[in-house]
Write a new protein. Structure first.
Ligand code: ATP
Ligand code: MG
Lengths: 405, 251
C-alpha cells in the first residue's frame, strides 16, 4: 500500500510532464475511439444501404443468368430450393424475384424499365422496400397493382392511382402485356433505380410473363456479415452446379472497392495514432529513467529489491496510462454520440462517388460499446507494454554506475 | 605524536573483547584490466571492530569510494574476501546482496540521499517499511531517531525544504533506522558548510559514543579527520597508514 502511495506521489513530482503524458493518452484514446466508431459506422451504414438497395447480401440465380439476364434463364421456384437455402447456417431469410425488362407506358410517354415481381412481405423483410414508399400503400400478395419508382413516374407523368401499361417479351417468347393501377410510389437513392424500376406481386408478374412458378433470382439475407463469403460458398455447394450464387460484392464490385479504400485510410489514421501514443509514452519513460537514475541507484543501494522497484515504476506508468485512458473513454462517449446523431457529411468527389451508387454521403459513427472498450484497451495495452521498458532497465541497473555523477 | 597519544589513550579505554564487524582480506579492485589497468583498491586489509569511529582519508582518486563500495556490497572485488558478521559477502549474488545491505548496512551518501517526494519522516520510515517493520515499532523508532538528530520539528518537511546539513542528518537517521551493524558514509560532509559539517559530526560522534554505533566514513576535510578516533589513509589504492595499527603498536 505504501508502494502505491509512493508511486502516486512520484507521478506528481513533475506535474507538467505527467499532465502532458496523460493528455497525450487522453487525446489518443478519443481520436482512436472516434476513428474506429466512424469506420464501423460507415461500413455498417453502407452495407445496410446495399441490402435495402435491392441486391440483398447474396443472390441465387440459374447458372448463366448474370451474364444473360433474360426470363428464359429463370428457374422453378419451388419450396425444395428455398428449404435447401434456409438450411445453410447464417442465412436468415429468402425471397424470390421475377425480373424482366419491359416497355412501361403512360399512354403518352413510353420508357424502358425493369419490372420486378416480388413477394411483398418477404421482400420487405430483406430490402425494407416499404420504407421507400413516399406515396400510396404497399403491395399485398395477390394485388394486380404496382409500385413505381418516383423518377420513372415523373418521366411518364404518372400519379398515384393512374394506370400504367406494360409491354414486353414473356417466358419462351410469349407476348407479355398488361394494364395496372399504381398503388404506391417508391423513392430510391440510386438515380439508376429511381428512373427505371417498377414492382408488382410475383404472382402478377408470373401471369404477365407467362412464367408460372418461375423466378429469376432469390435474394438472401445473412445474420453475420463477416461470414458473407463462406456463407455464399455453402449455399452454392448445397444447391449444386445448376445455380450461381453471388455476394453483393460480386454484384457491385465498384461499391466494394470504394468501401475498402475508405476503411483502409481509416486504418492508416489509426496506425499513426498508435505510433504517436507509443512515442509519447516511451519518451516520457526515457526521461523519467534518465532523470531518476541516481535516485533509483540509491534505492537499490540502501536495500530496495529490484522487484519492488519495478512494481513501483509499473504502478506509476499504470496510474498515468489508466488515468489517460479512462478520461479519454469518458470524453469520447459524448463525442461519438454527437457524431452519431449529427453525422459527418462528406462533400466533393467522395460525396459524388457515393451518390452515384445511390447512397447519401452521410457517415454516422457507430455507438457500439465495443469500440470504446477495444480502443481503450488497445491504448492501455500499448502503454502497459511500453512500461515494461523501465523494468528491463531496473533489472540491469547497477547502483554504483547509476550513482556516479 | 600528540594526536597518536590521544588516540592511544582513547583506545586504552575500549573494552578488550570487541566484536568484529568488518574483516576485509586482501581485497583488490582493478578497472580497465585489459587496457590501462587502474588499481583502484590494491590488496587492502581492513579490520573494523564494533563501536569504531573511523575516517578513510586520502587524496582524490586514492580509492576511498571504491573501497567503501566494496565493503558495502555495492561492488564486487576482483580478488579477496570481505566478512561481515562472519558472512563472506563476495560470495553473495547481487540479489542476496540487496537484502544483506538492507539488514546489515546503513548508507549515507554525499548528497541527494533522500526521496524528494517523501517527507523527512517518510524517508526514514521508508527503510523500515522495506524491512516490514510494524506500525508502532516504526513510530517509536522515528521519534527516537529524530530526537537524536535534533530535527523533531522537521518531521513533515520535504527534503527541498531542509538545508543540506539537515538533509544529511535525516540521511543518518534513515541509515540507522534499519538497525544496521555499521554505517558507511562516503564524504557525508563534502557538500556542507563547516558549521553544518561540524554539527553532523557532533551527531554522529554522539551516536557512536552513546549507542555504540560503528561508523566508517571517507573525507577530505581535516576538521572531520580530527574528529575521528581512527584514521585509515589510502594512497593509490593502498593503505599507507592506519592509526589503529599505530596505536596497537604503541600500546
Ligand atoms: N568505473 C570506473 N572505471 C574506471 N576507473 C574508475 C572507475 N571508478 C573509479 N575509477 C578509478 O579508480 C580510482 C579510485 O577512484 P575512487 O572514486 O575510489 O577514488 P576516491 O578516493 O573516492 O576519490 P575522490 O576523493 O575524488 O572521491 C581512480 O583512479 C578512478 O579514476
Ligand atoms: Mg570518492
Amino acid at each position: 500500500m505504501w508502494l502505491v502511495k509512493l508511486s502516486w506521489k512520484n507521478i506528481w513530482r513533475n506535474k507538467n510532464r505527467s499532465m502532458i503524458t496523460i493528455a497525450a493518452i487522453f487525446f489518443a484514446v478519443i481520436l482512436s475511439v472516434v476513428a474506429s466508431s466512424l469506420q464501423d459506422g460507415i461500413f455498417g451504414n453502407l452495407v445496410k444501404n446495399i441490402v435495402s438497395f435491392y441486391t440483398g447480401y447474396i443472390q441465387v440465380h440459374k447458372k448463366g443468368y448474370w451474364d444473360e439476364q433474360v426470363l428464359d434463364n429463370s428457374f422453378r421456384a419451388d419450396r425444395h430450393v428455398t428449404r435447401k437455402i434456409l438450411q445453410v447456417k447464417n442465412i436468415t431469410a429468402v425471397t424470390p424475384r421475377l425480373e424482366s425488362f419491359a416497355l412501361i407506358s403512360s399512354g403518352d410517354v413510353t420508357k424502358g424499365g425493369l419490372v420486378v415481381g416480388i413477394d411483398p412481405a418477404k421482400e420487405n423483410d430483406i430490402t425494407l422496400l416499404k420504407q421507400k414508399l413516399v406515396q400510396g400503400r404497399y403491395l399485398s400478395d395477390n394485388d394486380r397493382t404496382v409500385l413505381i419508382a418516383q423518377g420513372l413516374a415523373g418521366r411518364l407523368k404518372l400519379k398515384l392511382n393512374d394506370t400504367v401499361v406494360l409491354i414486353g417479351q414473356g417466358y419462351h417468347g410469349v407476348m407479355a402485356a398488361g394494364k395496372y393501377p399504381i398503388k404506391g410510389i417508391v423513392k430510391f437513392g440510386s438515380p439508376d433505380l429511381n428512373e427505371r424500376v417498377l414492382f408488382m406481386p410475383i404472382s402478377t408478374a408470373m401471369d404477365l410473363y407467362g412464367a408460372d412458378s418461375m423466378a429469376t433470382s432469390y435474394i438472401l439475407s445473412v445474420r453475420d456479415i463477416a461470414k458473407l463469403q463462406s456463407t455464399a460458398a455453402d449455399v452454392q455447394s448445397s444447391l449444386g452446379a445448376d445455380y450461381e450464387t453471388m455476394t453483393w460484392e460480386q454484384i457491385m464490385p465498384d461499391v466494394r472497392q470504394h468501401i475498402q479504400a475508405d476503411t483502409n485510410s481509416m486504418k492508416y489514421i489509426q496506425g499513426i495514432l498508435y505510433l504517436l501514443i507509443c512515442f509519447g509514452i516511451f519518451g516520457t519513460l526515457l526521461m523519467v529513467m534518465v532523470e531518476r537514475k541516481y535516485e533509483l541507484g540509491m534505492l537499490i543501494a540502501i536495500g530496495m529489491k529490484k522487484g519492488r522497484l519495478a512494481v513501483l515504476l509499473m504502478l506509476e506508468s499504470m496510474f498515468t496510462v489508466i488515468t489517460g485512458c479512462v478520461l479519454g473513454i469518458l470524453v469520447s462517449i459524448p463525442v461519438v454520440y454527437y457524431l452519431n446523431k449529427y453525422p459527418l457529411r462528406m462533400g466533393g468527389e467522395t460525396a459524388k462517388a457515393y451518390e452515384k451508387f445511390g447512397f447519401e454521403a452521410v457517415f454516422p459513427t457507430s455507438i457500439d460499446a465495443s469500440n470504446f472498450i477495444t480502443q481503450g484497451l488497445i491504448v492501455m495495452g500499448v502503454g502497459l507494454v511500453l512500461s515494461l521498458y523501465p523494468i528491463y532497465k531496473i533489472i540491469r541497473l547497477d547502483p554504483v554506475t547509476a550513482m556516479k555523477r | 605524536m600528540q594526536r597518536y597519544m590521544k588516540i592511544v589513550a582513547n583506545i586504552d579505554k575500549e573494552p578488550v573483547n570487541k566484536e568484529t564487524v568488518i574483516d576485509a582480506h586482501n581485497i583488490s579492485k582493478v578497472y580497465n584490466p585489459d587496457t590501462i589497468p587502474v588499481y583502484a583498491v590494491n590488496n587492502v586489509h581492513l579490520h573494523l571492530l564494533k563501536g569504531e569511529f573511523t575516517a578513510l582519508v586520502g587524496p582524490s582518486g586514492s580509492g576511498k569510494t571504491t573501497l567503501l563500495n566494496l565493503i558495502g556490497g555495492l561492488d564486487k572485488p576482483d580478488s579477496g574476501n570481505i566478512y561481515i558478521n562472519g558472512v563472506d559477502i563476495t560470495q553473495l549474488s547481487s540479489g542476496e546482496l540487496i537484502d544483506f545491505r538492507l539488514k546489515n548496512i546503513g548508507f549515507v551518501f554525499q548528497s541527494f540521499n533522500l526521496i524528494p517526494v517523501l517527507t523527512a519522516k517518510e524517508n526514514v520510515e521508508f527503510i523500515m517499511l522495506l524491512q516490514g517493520a510494524g506500525r508502532s515499532e516504526r513510530d517509536d523508532r522515528i521519534k527516537q531517531l529524530f530526537r537524536q538528530i535534533q530535527l523533531e520539528d522537521k518531521l513533515d518537511s520535504r527534503p527541498a525544504q531542509l538545508s543540506g546539513g539537515q538533509q544529511q542528518r535525516v540521511a543518518v537517521a534513515r541509515a540507522l533506522a534499519s538497525k544496521p551493524r555499521f554505517v558507511l558514509a562516503d564524504e557525508p560532509t563534502a557538500n556542507l558548510d563547516s558549521q553544518s559539517a561540524s554539527n553532523l559530526l557532533d551527531i554522529m560522534a554522539k551516536l557512536n559514543k552513546e549507542e555504540d554505533i560503528t561508523f566508517l566514513f571517507s573525507t577530505h576535510d581535516q576538521r572531520v579527520i580530527d574528529r575521528a578516533r581512527r584514521v585509515v589513509r589510502l594512497v593509490d589504492g593502498k593503505i599507507v597508514s592506519d592509526s589503529a595499527a599505530v596505536a596497537t603498536e604503541h600500546a
